[in-house]
Write a protein that binds this ligand. Structure first.
Ligand code: NAP
Length: 251
């Protein structure tokens, strides 16, 4: 078993995940760059450097998840850090459609159940499937940590406040998928607290990436920094939901 800690970042071929992977290498990790398209993962890993290794991982494909866990087990024997970053915001928004106009088509009364299922398949069930497959490897690491990349858009407390600016776009597809991810985070943290494996959720903030058509206001460095901080903190708490500058976000 190698001495260097091993991290897996899902959806690390672009955006915030790529930046998280890059920073882990800077902190002395071997990083598995999870990518549903292997070639894009290879390109991202070669951009980072020799301590980044491409790993084919589609979080909606159980065979892909199982093969990825088998490979990590065979090559590294353990996993120190798992960052569940892969997500999609929609499958049906037209490129010329604003987020607000798309949200009007994705309300509880009119949302396509197929759209909701597709997004939850990646953002919720994909996270749970990767958790289940990677847990035996995390248990082999001395102080394993899991970071789930959530969003303040999923906060029920914030969205219950009529003054919250994003409230009009709270709906069953992406925002509620992050609410469900938050619930999974708490359940995972409770399950693993006796074993000392920490599970926390972070919010990157509105970051300039493909997810929002590069409309975000934060850089990927700013978007990645809370996930990296929480993942590196061996002595921090478990079961938290935080943002780099806002601190604790209410669930
Ligand atoms: P992004 O640039 O679109 O990156 C998303 C990544 O997830 C891509 O690598 C994508 O792969 C991957 N992915 C999608 N479906 C996948 C699947 N089935 N299996 C494996 N990988 C899959 O978006 P981002 O902004 O960096 O998002 C990263 C995380 O931050 C997400 O969890 C997102 O919800 C969260 N977040 C982002 C913002 C923001 O403003 N950007 C705000 C709050 C939270 P492909 O390249 O193959 O599509």
């Amino acid at each position: 078993m190698q001495d260097k800690p091993v991290a897996l970042v899902t959806g690390a071929n672009q955006g915030i995940g790529l930046q998280i992977a890059r920073e882990f290498v800077g902190h002395g990790f071997t990083v598995l760059v999870g990518s549903r398209n292997f070639e894009r993962g290879v390109a991202a890993a070669s951009e980072i450097g020799p301590d980044a290794i491409a790993l084919q991982l589609d979080v909606t494909d159980q065979a892909s998840i199982t093969a990825a866990a088998d490979r990590i087990g065979n090559e590294f024997g353990r996993l120190d850090v798992l960052v569940q970053n892969a997500a999609i915001s929609n499958t049906k928004k037209r490129p010329d459609q604003s987020v607000e106009d798309y949200a009007k088509t994705a309300r509880p009364s009119n949302v396509s159940l197929d759209e909701m299922r597709a997004v939850w398949d990646t953002n919720v069930f994909g996270v749970l499937a990767v958790y289940q497959a990677m847990l035996p490897l995390l248990r082999k690491a001395p102080q394993a940590r899991i970071v789930n990349v959530s969003s303040g858009a999923g906060s029920l407390t914030r969205n219950s406040d009529p003054a919250f600016s994003h409230r009009p776009i709270f709906g069953p597809v992406y925002p509620a998928s992050k609410t469900a991810l938050n619930a999974l985070t708490v359940a995972m943290a409770i399950e693993l607290e006796a074993e000392g494996i920490k599970v926390n959720a972070v919010s990157p903030g509105f970051t300039k990436t493909n997810l929002n058509g590069y409309a975000g206001t934060e850089t990927v460095e700013e978007g990645a920094c809370e996930a990296v901080r929480v993942a590196l903190d061996r002595d921090g708490p478990t079961g938290t939901f935080t943002h780099a500058t806002l601190g604790t976000i209410p669930w």
